[in-house]
Design a binder for this molecule. Structure first.
Ligand SMILES: NC(=O)c1ccc[n+]([C@@H]2O[C@H](COP(=O)([O-])OP(=O)(O)OC[C@H]3O[C@@H](n4cnc5c(N)ncnc54)[C@H](OP(=O)(O)O)[C@@H]3O)[C@@H](O)[C@H]2O)c1
Length: 201
C-alpha cells in the first residue's frame, strides 16, 4: 500500500520503518525538511492519493492538523494513533474523556474520511511486529466504517497483532484512557516492551 504518516515523532518514525520493512511505500508528512533517512513530504502532498493515512501528531495538534487537510483526506481511511495527553499538572492526564474523545473530535473534523482508532494502547517500539514471547498481543480498535476497519485489521494481522474491534469511533473514550494504564505500568516497573492481550476461551 501507499501509506502516508502525519507526524515525525517516535510513532511516525517507528511506523515508517516497520511498515516499509513489510514492503509498503511509506512517506512521512511533516513540517520538517528532513527526518533521518526517511522519505518525507509536505502533509497535503503525502496524503493525496495514499491508500492509508496514519495520524501520529501531538494530541493537542491532532484536530488542527486534520482540519487543515480535510479536502485531501476526503474518502480516505485515517488511522488515529493519538492520545489526548495533558502534562500541565506534572503527570499525564487526558484533556478530553468520558462523554467525548480525541478520536471522535478527529472524526467530526473530517466527516468525509473514515477514522479508525488504533495503535494508541501500545508503545511505538512494538507497533509493527511486536514479537512477544507469549504470542501476538491484542490491538483494540474502533471506527464507524467496517470497510476501513477491515483495511486496518488486515494490516495489523500481517504485522503481528491480534485485533479486538470494540465498535464505533466512540469507543475511543475507553481506548484513550488505556494508554495511561500502559504508561503507569511502564513507569512503575521500568519496562517499555509490554502490551495488552485479550484472552478468550
Ligand atoms: N510515543 C509513543 O510510544 C506513543 C504510543 C501510542 C500513541 N502515541 C500518541 O501518538 C502521537 C504521536 O506521538 P509521538 O510520541 O510520536 O510524538 P509527539 O511528541 O506527540 O509528536 C509527534 C509529532 O507531532 C507533530 N506536531 C507537534 N506539534 C504540532 C503542531 N502544533 N502542529 C502540527 N504537528 C505537530 C510533530 O511532527 P512534525 O514536526 O513532523 O510535523 C511531532 O514530531 C501522540 O498523540 C501520542 O500521544 C504515542
Amino acid at each position: 500500500m501507499r501509506i502516508g504518516i502525519l507526524g515525525s515523532g517516535e510513532v511516525g518514525r517507528s511506523l515508517a520503518r516497520g511498515l516499509a520493512r513489510h514492503g509498503h511505500d511509506v512517506r512521512i508528512g511533516t513540517r520538517q525538511e528532513r527526518v533521518e533517512d526517511l522519505p518525507v513530504g509536505a502533509p497535503a502532498e503525502v496524503v493525496t492519493g495514499a491508500d492509508l493515512v496514519f495520524l501520529s501528531v501531538l494530541g493537542t495538534a491532532a484536530v488542527d492538523v486534520v482540519t487543515s487537510l480535510r479536502e485531501p483526506l476526503a474518502g480516505q481511511v485515517v488511522v488515529d494513533t493519538t492520545n489526548p495527553l495533558d502534562f500541565s499538572a506534572g503527570r499525564p492526564e487526558l484533556f478530553v474523556g468520558h462523554t467525548d474523545s480525541l478520536g471522535e473530535q478527529v472524526q467530526r473534523a473530517i466527516p468525509d474520511s473514515f477514522v479508525v482508532k488504533a495503535y494508541n494502547t501500545v508503545g511505538n517500539a512494538l507497533m509493527v511486529d511486536p514479537d512477544l514471547p507469549a504470542g501476538p498481543p491484542s490491538m483494540f480498535i474502533g471506527g464507524d466504517d467496517d470497510a476501513a476497519k477491515t483495511v486496518v485489521s488486515d494490516l495489523l494481522g500481517a504485522t503481528g497483532w491480534d485485533v479486538a474491534d470494540l465498535g464505533g469511533i466512540e469507543v475511543s473514550r475507553y481506548l484513550e484512557p488505556m494508554c495511561l494504564a500502559w504508561v503507569l505500568y511502564g513507569a512503575r516497573y521500568g519496562t517499555w516492551d509490554h502490551a495488552f492481550r485479550l484472552l478468550r476461551r
